[in-house]
Design a protein around this ligand. Structure first.
Ligand code: 5RP
Length: 264
C-alpha cells in the first residue's frame, strides 16, 4: 500500500487498529432527521470521543469547524429521499477534485446488492475507487439495504461485503448479524459494524457491538444508537470501552451508568 493510502487509513484508527466512526450523513436522504436538526450542536460533545466523522460535504462546510483534528470520511453518493419508492437509485454526488479540496481522510459509498440498481451502485464504487487510488484516498463501502431491514443475515451481508472488497473498497461497513464471523472471515478487507435503528436498551447495543468485535470487526460506524440516545456521551464512552479497551458488556454498562450519573 502506498504511504499516503496507509497514512490516511491509519489516521482513522486508534493505535490498536480499532475505530469508532461517528456517522451523521443520514440527512442526505432523510433531511432534518430527529436529533440531527442542527448537526453542529449534536456533534459538539461527541467529537472528542470519535476516531472519525462520516458526513456529506454540505454538512461538513456548514457545521464542522475546519480546525477540527477529527478525520473526515466524506459521503459521496446520494440522489434520492426517504419518501421515494426505491432508495437504491444512487449516483456519485461528489467529484474527486472536491474530495481532495476538502482534505478528507476517506470517502464512503453505498452499495445496494440485490436491488434494482445493484449494477449502478457497484459501478459507483468501482468508479470512485479508480479515482481515489490515484490520490491514495481510501474508499469505505456501505452495504446498504434501504427500507428492507430484514435482508440483514450472514448470507446476504457476506455476499455484499465480499463484492465491495472485490471492487476495491479498503474498508466495508455492514450490519451486525447472527454468525457475524462468517461475514468477516470471507471479507478480505477490514469490516466495521453499522448501528441501525436505535435499540431498546443500552445493553442491547453494547452486546451486539461486543459480539461483532469478538468475531473480527475492527470497529463501528454507529450513529443513531449514540446521537438519538437520551444519554449520547455515556453511550459513546461505553462503546469506546468495548472498541478500544477490550471491555466486556458489563464493563461498558458500568461506564455508561457512571457517566450518566456524572451528568455527562
Ligand atoms: C446512513 C449510513 C450511516 O452511516 C449508517 O447507517 C450508520 O448509521 P446508523 O448507526 O445510524 O445506522 O450510511 O445512510
Amino acid at each position: 500500500m502506498d504511504w499516503g493510502m496507509a497514512n490516511r487509513l491509519s489516521s482513522l484508527m486508534g493505535p490498536d487498529g480499532h475505530c469508532f466512526f461517528l456517522p451523521i450523513d443520514h440527512g442526505y436522504f432523510q433531511g432534518p432527521t430527529t436529533c440531527l436538526e442542527r448537526p453542529g450542536e449534536t456533534i459538539a460533545p461527541l467529537l472528542p470521543h470519535a476516531d472519525a466523522l462520516f458526513c456529506t460535504r454540505g454538512v461538513l462546510r456548514a457545521c464542522v469547524d475546519p480546525k477540527t483534528r477529527v478525520p473526515i470520511i466524506l459521503r459521496v453518493t446520494g440522489g434520492n429521499s426517504i419518501i421515494c419508492k426505491d432508495l437504491s437509485n444512487e449516483s456519485l454526488t461528489t467529484s474527486i477534485e472536491e474530495v481532495i479540496r476538502l482534505n478528507v481522510a476517506a470517502v464512503g459509498i453505498s452499495v445496494y446488492i440485490g436491488s434494482e440498481y445493484e449494477h449502478q451502485t457497484i459501478m459507483n464504487l468501482a468508479e470512485m475507487v479508480n479515482d481515489c487510488e490515484d490520490y491514495g484516498i481510501p474508499v469505505m463501502a456501505v452495504t446498504a439495504v434501504g427500507k428492507e431491514l430484514e435482508k440483514r443475515d450472514a448470507r446476504y451481508l457476506g455476499l455484499a461485503c465480499r463484492i465491495c472488497a472485490e471492487m476495491g473498497a479498503k474498508v466495508v461497513k455492514t450490519y451486525w448479524c447472527e454468525d457475524f464471523d462468517k461475514v468477516v472471515d470471507r471479507c478480505p478487507v477490514p469490516v466495521v459494524i453499522a448501528g441501525g435503528p436505535i435499540c431498546e436498551t443500552p445493553l442491547e447495543c453494547i452486546e451486539f457491538v461486543h459480539d461483532g468485535m469478538q468475531k473480527g470487526a475492527i470497529g463501528i460506524n454507529l450513529g443513531r444508537n449514540v446521537w438519538k440516545h437520551e444519554h449520547p456521551v455515556p453511550m459513546m464512552k461505553a462503546l469506546k470501552a468495548v472498541i478500544h479497551n477490550n471491555g466486556t458488556p458489563q464493563d461498558a454498562l458500568e461506564i455508561y451508568e457512571q457517566s450518566k450519573a456524572a451528568g455527562e
